[in-house]
Design a protein around this ligand. Structure first.
Ligand code: ACM
Length: 507
């Protein structure tokens, strides 16, 4: 069975479905055609099938994609925005959903059920009825393209990997001390200078606005919303290196390729800085069809507390003026006057330390919600095991697959339950991660765990937390999923918790 675990999946009676080379994809309802094209492309890539799409009722052995009101299952009987049903029987496959997004997630379930090793016929799938919908509206993956730059083609490969897990938000950490990666027409030196290098003197790079629009469109086609992050007022050395006038002494800072944090700050309150913030937010908001724009706000150790609060309150208002909702790392919750609905992203541990929970609660008090990225569970740049050559260890211990799986968002911040949780996000910081293959190996299989935490039903409310998550069941499903990764050439770490099968499917 699949990852994330569906709400219900009941094996049914009867013979298996056989995916014959002559099978067609039958479409009905608004948006079904686009989903069918994605299914056709996925099956062509996954198992070299080339199915025709037809706008007529399904015949025996066809795959039907039906989008209509009432087709998206939800416990309370209403349509779930991302829910779907998937029925597999000898006579055919039927994906039903109320929305194209729901149908697309049904497609991802079907892809996992098609045998990964499919060079021989017949291709069969056991009969099953799946009813499914997500626990949280936001399941995110963050890619830090500021420390090490990843090309548009590499980011698309990352999107292809995350959608198989029903992850529906891609948070791009576009700016940091080491690099500025998004073209800003009114401040061209940001990318010319600030985008010229990266961590450890790695290749620089940036997205032109056209490239960024194309990336956003590629993501949107696959029902992934891009959340751009412009991290400020700290983590801004690349900007300070690009424009002397952003610095208090009028002297540009040198480019930075190390991995210290907390040393840079914009000059809050300064007129040029305020214009800079308005310009970059306006341009990035205009490139962003999604509702969220992330302002960072983390680790501002060189900004005075009062300046920090005044700065983030003003910057979040600028985001609102540009029609977007601001997101901030939980430190932004030090500010009491953020625009209503500002979203917080919590990145302290699964057991909060110091005042992180209090800062996170500020967002809820202001009518916003929280994205949970506890760094001891969902920071996928943390090493898997002591001594790993790639990854960080500042959380004090490795993050195993089990650590990424055995936690619950509604049990992290006292008083904050599902009603105030927008969702979860796994973050990949890239100080030590230099290639897309390394990205995949850090993220997989742990992203499968975080995706399941975000999608699958809340576990029973019993103690202890270990008793609520069935690790053996999960790792068994990860082993099946890995056959698909093998077949696709997707890299992953063969962690010891998983009963991996023989690698047979590499093409
Ligand atoms: C962070 O890890 N500084 C958000």
């Amino acid at each position: 069975m699949v990852v994330p675990r569906p709400v219900s999946a009941e094996p049914s009676e009867g013979s298996p479905f056989v995916l014959a080379p002559t099978a067609r994809i039958s479409v009905a309802g608004p948006g079904a055609d686009a989903v069918a094209r994605l299914l056709r492309d996925a099956l062509a890539a996954d198992c070299a099938r080339d199915l025709a799409i037809v706008d007529e009722p399904p015949a025996f052995g066809d795959i039907a994609v039906v989008i209509a009101p009432g087709e998206g299952p939800h416990e309370d009987g209403s349509d779930s925005a991302e829910g779907y049903t998937l029925e597999i029987a000898a006579e055919g496959v039927r994906i039903g959903a109320a929305t194209p997004a729901g149908a697309f997630w049904g497609v991802q379930t079907l892809r996992q059920l098609v045998p990964a090793v499919c060079d021989g016929d017949p291709l069969t799938i056991e009969p099953v009825r799946v009813h499914d919908h997500p626990r949280y509206a936001y399941r995110g993956a963050m890619l830090d393209v500021a420390r090490h730059f990843f090309t548009p083609a590499e980011v698309k490969r990352f999107i292809d990997a995350i959608v198989l897990l029903k992850v529906n938000h891609l948070h791009l950490h576009l700016t940091d001390d080491q690099g500025w990666r998004i073209q800003i027409e009114s401040w061209p030196e940001l990318t010319r200078v600030g985008g010229s290098t990266g961590s450890d003197g790695s290749r620089g790079g940036f997205y032109t606005q056209d490239e960024f629009r194309d990336l956003v469109a590629y993501a949107a086609e696959q029902h992934v919303t891009v959340v751009p992050e412009l991290d400020m007022p700290g983590h801004t050395n690349a900007a300070l290196a690009s424009y002397p006038e952003l610095n208090p002494d009028g002297v540009a800072r040198p480019l930075y390729t190390g991995s210290a944090v907390g040393f840079s700050t914009l000059q809050t309150g300064d007129a040029v800085t305020r214009r800079f913030v308005r310009d970059v937010v306006r341009e990035v908001a205009a490139l962003t069809p999604g509702p969220l724009l992330h302002l960072g706000g983390d680790e501002c150790l060189s900004t005075s507390p009062a300046d920090f609060v005044a700065f983030v309150e003003e910057a979040a208002r600028v985001v609102a003026e540009n029609g977007k909702t601001a997101v901030g790392w939980h430190e932004m919750g030090k500010a009491g006057d953020l625009p209503a609905g500002t979203v917080g992203q919590y990145w302290d541990f699964t057991t909060p330390r110091e005042r992180s929970a209090e800062y996170a609660v500020t967002f809820v008090r202001g009518g916003g919600s929280l994205i949970l990225s506890p760094s001891d569970a969902a920071y996928l740049d943390i090493v898997y095991a002591e001594g790993d050559p790639i990854g960080q260890d500042w959380t004090g211990k490795p993050t195993t697959l089990r650590d990424a799986f055995v936690w619950d968002p509604a049990r992290v911040i006292p008083g904050v339950g599902d009603a105030h949780i927008l969702g979860v996000e796994a973050a990949l910081w890239t100080e030590t991660v230099t290639s897309i293959e390394e990205v995949e190996e850090m993220v997989l299989p742990r992203l499968a765990a975080v995706a399941e935490v975000g999608w699958s039903r809340a576990p029973a409310d019993t103690e202890p937390i270990e008793a609520t998550r069935d690790l053996d069941d999960f790792t068994g499903r990860v082993a099946e999923l890995a056959e698909h990764w093998d077949a696709a050439g997707t890299r992953y770490r063969r962690v010891p918790e998983v009963p991996w099968r023989e690698v047979t499917g590499i093409r």
